[in-house]
Every structure is written in C-alpha cells, then in structure tokens.
Write a protein that binds this ligand. Structure first.
Ligand code: ADP
Length: 481
C-alpha cells in the first residue's frame, strides 16, 4: 500500500496546531503497519531548515503559479520521506496562514490551490515520480481541492481519503479562484464546491473524496447535526456511510515524562517524586507563589471561542477563592489575550499568563500543573487532554468530540474500578466548571486517591498503532471499491 499524505503542516517541520502533530506522527505509524506513506507539504522556511537530506526532484513553470520546484527530504528522527513544494512567492514567508497581526494572507487560495494541485498531480496517472500512490490522503481545507482535481482529470481517479481535523476552517474564497486554478466551471455547483455563492475548499474535499474520516467517533456523529455541522451537516449526513471517526494518537516518545528534555525532572507512574519538582520549578519559572499544596491549574491552547477560555475567565474569581493557581499559555483573539493579561496583573503570584507560542513551556505546564483545563465548546479530537493524562495531570473537559472519547469521568464507580482519568462536564458554563473544579480540588487533597487517578491516565495507551490500523482498513476498502 502506497499513500501520499498531503498536508499544510507537519511537526516538527511547521506547526500551528493539532494537524501538525497528526501529520508528523501518523505517516510514521502507517509505516509501522507496512504502508509506504510519504508526506507532501509546502517548503516553508522552517521546513527547509529542519528537513534532512534535501535534494531537488524537478523544477517546473506552471501557467497558474509560475516557477515551482519539488524537493525531496526526510523528517528528522523517524526518516519518513517528505516532498516539499518550493515556491518562494507563496511559501517563503513567516506565518503559515496569517501575517503577524493574525490576518489571513490574501493569496491563500493560490497558495493552497497549488498544494492541492500538486497533490492530485503526484497521486494521479500523470505523476512524474516513480512513487505511484494507491491512495491520496488529504487533510483539512488546504488540500480540499485535490480530490476535485483528480475527479476532473480522469474517469477512474486515484482513491482519496479526506480527513476533517476541524470543520470550523472552511477555505472560502471568491468564485473567480476556480478559473485561476484551472478547474472546470461545472464544478461550481451545489453538487460540487459551490457554497452560498462562494468557493469552499472544504466542501470540495467533503464532496469529491472517495471516503471521509474525522478524528474521533463522537465528532463524526456530531458533525452530521446542526449544532456542530457548521453548515456542512447536510452533505456530511448524506455521506454518513462513508464517514469514519478514527481517534488520533499521540507521539508516545515525544510526550514521555521519563525522557522529556523540556522538563525539570523526569518522573513516571512508578516514581512520581519528579512531578513535584516540576511543579515547584514551574511556579518559580512563572513567578507563582511556591506552594506544593495549592492546586495548580494549567491551560495551553489557542485563545479562541472554541476552546472555552472565556468560561474559565468568568470562573476565575471563584476558583481563586478555592485556592487555585493558574499557569496559562496561549495566543489568539485580542480580547481573550487582554482579559488574561488583566487577570494576571490583578492576581500576582496566583495567576501566570504567557501570551505566545512556546513548545517547551507547553511541556513544562503539562508536567508541572496538577489539573489541566480544556473546556472546549467543540473539539474534533484534542491532543492536550491526552498529553496531560500521560503526564499525570488529570484534565477537566467538556463532553464533546474527542474529549468525550478520551477522558473517563471520575465517578465513584470509575474511581473504584481504576478507570477514571479526569473530569467530564455535561454542560459548559461557569457554574458547572466551578462545580467540577471544586470536586477535583477536593479529590486532589486526598493524596492516595489522586495518585491513583494520575496513574490511571499515565498508564493508558494513547499510541498511534490502533489508529494506523484503522486508516489502513479504510485505504484497503476504497481501493477494493
Ligand atoms: P487545536 O489543533 O485545535 O489547536 P489540539 O489540542 O488538537 O488543538 O492541538 C493543539 C496543539 O498545539 C498541541 O500540541 C498543543 O500543545 C499546541 N499548542 C497550542 N497552543 C500552544 C502554545 N501557545 N504554545 C505551545 N503549544 C501550543
């Protein structure tokens, strides 16, 4: 089985969020189950810097885009082959999708149109490579046009999988983009990629791909409903039989408290002493009061409406009264960034806020916090709640999407039978959040019960092996069809 995995970001070459974690880890896991998986992505400056053994495959002048090259290289660490599309005018800048003021790049349609076009070309019958994929695996809107390009190119197109990592980002552009990218006018139809008079890259993927997947079973069901479907629920429900929810894994080597180079001290389920060292050192690093007993609540996320940090902000005064400390890392909407800055200024020593993106600090918060906060309004899969369980930091989550599928609520029964790993809110509002955290903080004071909860999460298998086997099942199915 040969699979070309097309993506707009992949850790450690380029990352803005969870898509990069998946694209950095899943192809390696696919190789472990015998798939020849290779990644295709743009040659951003960071990717050129970090990929290994880069060589040029060919150079070409495209009528729609001009001078473009294809490079070949490998991921550092696992050696997964990667093809990088080099186009300085499109990708030779800082910021994957947006400029420094969080404004979308005005030429995103052409930038990701090129990525989609290349994916279809390299996976299709006219590929110039000696690698002939059986399946093209596309991810999110940035690669959504690829299944359409394939469909209009050949009567018997290469089978495609389109994975939805987040339905909220839809790649919507003016209709003239279609012509600029050389797609036929008939594709601009309700049975095609037209969406309320505009062109939607996401809808193209959802409509033209042979099979759809999303990143958790619960989210797969949710997106077929009005509450979570973001306008695509009709199409998704129509394709319900060709939509599979496959839970993401995590990179168990990179996220391992025994060997994590970002931490102050190693620790494990068998030896938890190092966890306290991490907490005290994190408190010192962030200017929080040194206090091993104060429950330290950690949060790392994009500061957007999705992640529910506005609800946490509302709950802060009550949580401070209950004795909590906060370590918050994130960036995003200005109003949320400012609200957190204000809270940090009002509660020095109790609330530490770092606005920005900081991978190393993210690891130290996962390790140093006692409780991890992730009350998302919707969450396709979510990774941080899995990292936190692995790091012995029970998460408090909202019962949606992948959060519902990966965290087992600390009911008395689940605590007794060793299954509990965190706290799951049925509803997301200030009262429910304070209530759940109140209960979590009571349990936190019962050292033995709390350590049991930590260990339940730490010893869970969140690895990729099972998911990779499920993806292989999907690939086989669409090749047979
Ligand atoms: P999403 O993809 O919706 O942002 P996920 O939980 O699936 O949410 O994945 C987010 C990824 O990005 C995780 O690896 C998380 O640790 C990381 N991340 C998010 N914000 C930051 C930040 N400010 N600094 C460092 N890492 C971050």
């Amino acid at each position: 089985m040969k699979v070309l995995f097309a993506t707009s970001e992949a850790h450690p070459l380029a990352k803005t969020g969870g898509l990069a974690d998946v694209s950095g880890a899943l192809p390696a896991a696919l190789q472990d189950v015998g798939v020849d998986a290779r990644v295709l992505m743009p040659a951003y400056p960071s990717a050129l810097e970090k990929a290994e053994n880069i060589s040029r495959v060919f150079r070409i002048k495209l009528p729609e885009h001009g001078e473009t090259s294809l490079l070949r290289g490998a991921f550092p660490g696992n050696g997964v082959p990667v093809y990088l599309i080099e186009h300085d005018g499109y990708y030779g800048r800082k910021g994957l999708y947006q400029d420094e003021s969080a404004r979308d790049w005005p030429d995103n349609a052409m930038r990701f149109g090129l990525l989609s076009q290349f994916a279809a070309w390299l996976a299709g019958p006219k590929t110039p490579l000696d690698f002939k994929p059986d399946v093209l695996h596309c991810n999110d809107w940035q690669t959504g046009l690829a299944p359409a390009f394939l469909r209009y190119e050949s009567a018997k197109p290469t089978p495609t999988v389109f994975t939805v990592h987040n339905l909220a980002y839809q790649g919507i552009f003016p209709p003239d983009v279609l012509k600029k990218l050389g797609l036929p006018p008939e594709s601009f139809s309700i049975d095609g990629m037209e969406y309320y008079g505009k062109l939607s890259f996401l809808k193209a993927g959802l409509y033209y791909a042979s099979h759809l997947t999303t990143v958790s079973p619960t989210y797969a069901g949710e997106i077929q409903t009005e509450a979570f479907g973001m306008g695509m629920q009709g199409l998704l429900a129509t394709r319900g039989n060709e939509l599979t929810g496959i839970l993401n894994g995590i990179d168990m080597r990179e996220w391992n408290p025994v060997s994590d180079p970002h931490l102050y001290a190693p620790y494990s389920a068998d030896n938890l002493a190092g966890k306290t060292t991490n907490k005290l050192s994190l408190q010192a690093e962030l200017g929080l009061q040194s206090d091993a007993k104060a429950p330290l609540l950690g949060m790392v996320s994009r500061l957007t409406h999705q992640k529910g940090s506005d609800v946490v902000i509302e709950a802060v005064p009550q949580l401070i009264k209950l004795g909590a400390q906060f370590a918050v890392l994130g960036s995003g909407e200005t109003r949320l960034e400012n609200a957190w800055r204000k809270l940090a200024a009002a509660h020095p020593g109790r609330i530490a806020v770092k606005i920005g993106y900081n991978e190393s600090l993210c690891h130290r918060i996962e390790a140093g916090a006692d409780i991890f906060l992730m009350p998302s309004r919707f969450e396709p899969c979510g990774l941080n709640q899995m990292y936190s369980q692995r790091y012995g930091t029970p998460p408090v989550v909202h019962k949606v999407g992948g959060l519902a599928d990966t965290v087992t609520h600390a009911t008395l029964e689940n605590l007794a039978n060793g299954k509990a790993t965190g706290f799951v809110l049925d509803r997301l509002d200030r009262t429910s959040l304070v209530d759940a955290l109140g209960r979590a903080m009571i349990l936190f004071r019962h050292k033995l019960a709390w350590q049991k909860l930590m260990r339940n999460g730490m010893t869970r298998d969140f690895g990729w092996a099972q998911s990779a086997r499920q993806y292989l099942g999907v690939y086989k199915k669409i090749c047979r069809a």
